[in-house]
Ligand binder design. Structure first.
Ligand code: NAD
Length: 490
């Protein structure tokens, strides 16, 4: 592997202070693919100190926004240039099909381009002043030192949503990838160095969440934490970040409803319901794993799903005909197995799947069969909890109101979908669904200029879009009196 396999702190490629390392394995066959430094709190502190110094010396923040944008644009160009290598690394590390990884890389380059373009577009605004002979202006400034923590499901994609706006707005940063998927983060740091990001501005620390992640969250030299991951970790980070009232951006999980009305185009709804869940073996925060189907088409719809699911081709992400790869790790596979067991115990019916595959060629990988549960009710844990695997639960509804109520009966509020040919009905449902994104006759589509984030316990703040840029800025009001006078009050 032609990769540095080190941390990047203050413009230098370094091992862990402790000298410790961690092996990274391929979830398809458990082969060791790399050995990387296993940093700890001391590495995180060194990276935070570098980012603090790089912010406080003011050079990056005062670099003209057009120049910062040009550097961010170069990163996009290098990602496009090295797309095949990046896609290969991502598939090796996560098990997802290389075709999906290629799509991710296109999206990632698009994200860097989008924020590069935004870099010099907001010069602040003049607002009306209540005082004659004065100027009142509102400007945006970088927040400061940003701690960024990413998950393992879409490693570089999630990182791009954080790196690009942070750099474009003149912040400095420390990013920590999931300890099990660091490879594309390392590669993108090579590209960022090549693009001319100055030393100290962007730092990469590798290792565990309860050491490095906890240090980033609790260190008072960090001004903002942007986290994507599970709800349990999100709550810990929120608590730790209170130490200096850090700005917080949390992108947490989801158990996303997909409402299928009887008047939807049947074949399209079946196809999109599958696409909405089974990419990357269902390990997607926005997966439409909670199907809510109108009673009159329920049986026909479930049968159509089951017939398609039975034909899924599981295998290596590097085989062209593979449709679904393995889960990320043995630990995660065990969690998914428990989740399904709980569903069975609570009375849900396994219509297809519900176990590991028997194919001898898949035994070394962390595979789980695509699974559909029917006879589901809202009180079941499989309906309420995020499974983060290739699992769909199906509930029935009779009225529009019931469909909306079921959709909203969740602690989550990340995303949801509605399939119907009645546009007025679709709009009524979308207006009432309490989530950050609602797709109509579509599922799982996102793009750089549309904001992404959750209602309720799915998170705080937004990534992507103009709001994703604003997360990385503070707003300042500057008032200047052009004709000051004494007030003679005291
Ligand atoms: P996770 O919460 O276990 O880990 C995420 C990151 O947090 C990792 O880098 C981990 O090392 C770190 N971490 C762990 N403990 C920590 C601590 N105490 N302090 C600070 N950092 C810590 O999540 P995961 O299993 O890697 O990812 C899956 C989860 O991510 C799912 O719940 C999924 O829904 C969510 N996710 C959400 C979005 C979104 O946009 N809303 C996108 C992708 C994934």
């Amino acid at each position: 592997m032609n990769l540095k396999l080190q941390q990047y702190i203050n413009g230098k490629w370094v091992e862990a202070n402790s000298g410790n390392t961690r092996t990274i394995i391929n979830p398809f066959n458990q082969e060791v693919i790399a050995s990387v430094p296993e940093g700890d709190e001391s590495d995180a502190k060194a990276a935070i100190a570098a980012a603090r110094e790089a912010f406080d010396n003011g050079e990056w923040a005062s670099t003209p926004a057009t120049e910062r944008g040009a550097i961010v644009r170069k990163i996009a160009e290098f990602i496009e240039r090295d797309k095949e290598e990046l896609a290969h690394l991502e598939s090796l590390d996560t098990g997802k099909t290389v075709e999906e990884s290629r799509g991710d890389m296109d999206d990632i380059a698009g994200v860097f381009r989008y924020f590069a373009e935004l870099a010099d577009k907001d010069g602040g605004e003049l607002i009306d002043s209540p005082v004659p002979n004065s100027i009142s202006k509102v400007v945006r400034e970088p927040v400061g030192v940003c701690g960024q923590i990413t998950p393992w499901n879409y490693p570089l994609l999630q990182a791009s949503w954080k790196l690009a706006p942070a750099l474009a707005t003149g912040n400095t940063l420390i990013i920590k990838p999931s300890e099990i998927t660091p490879l594309t983060h390392i590669k993108v740091f090579e590209l960022m160095e090549e693009a001319g990001v100055p030393a100290g501005v962007a730092n990469l620390v590798l290792g565990a969440g309860d050491t490095i992640g906890a240090e980033l969250s609790s260190n008072t030299d960090v001004d903002l934490i942007s986290f994507t991951g599970g709800i349990v970790t999100g709550k810990k980070i929120m608590q730790a970040a209170s130490v200096n009232v850090k700005k917080l951006a949390l992108e947490l999980g989801g158990k996303n409803p997909n409402v299928i009305f009887a008047d939807a185009d049947f074949d399209i709804a079946v196809d999109q319901a599958l696409n909405g869940v089974f990419f990357h073996a269902g390990q997607i925060c926005s997966a439409g794993t909670r199907l809510i189907v109108e009673e009159s088409i329920h049986d026909k719809f479930v049968n159509a799903l089951v017939e398609r699911v039975k034909k899924f081709k599981l295998g290596s992400g590097f085989n062209e005909d593979t449709q679904m790869g393995p889960l990320i790790s043995a630990e995660h596979l065990a969690k998914v197995e428990k989740y399904v067991e709980a569903g069975v115990q609570e009375g849900a019916t396994v219509a297809v799947g519900g176990k590991r595959p028997e194919d001898p060629e898949l035994q070394k990988g962390f595979f789980y069969l695509p699974t559909i549960f029917t006879d589901c009710t809202t009180d079941m844990s499989v309906v309420q909890d995020e499974g983060f695997g290739p699992i769909i639960t199906v509930e029935k509804f009779r009225t529009e109101e019931e469909a909306v109520n079921l959709s909203n009966d969740s602690i989550y509020g990340l995303a949801g979908g509605v399939f119907t040919n009645d546009i007025a009905k679709a709009e009524r449902c979308a207006a009432k669904m309490r989530m950050g994104t609602v797709w109509i006759n579509e599922f799982n589509l996102y793009f750089p200029h549309a904001p992404w984030g959750g209602y309720k316990q799915s998170g705080i703040g937004r990534e992507l879009g103009k709001l994703g840029m604003e997360e990385y800025t503070e707003t300042k009001h500057i008032f200047q009196n052009l004709k000051p006078e004494t007030l003679n009050w005291f």
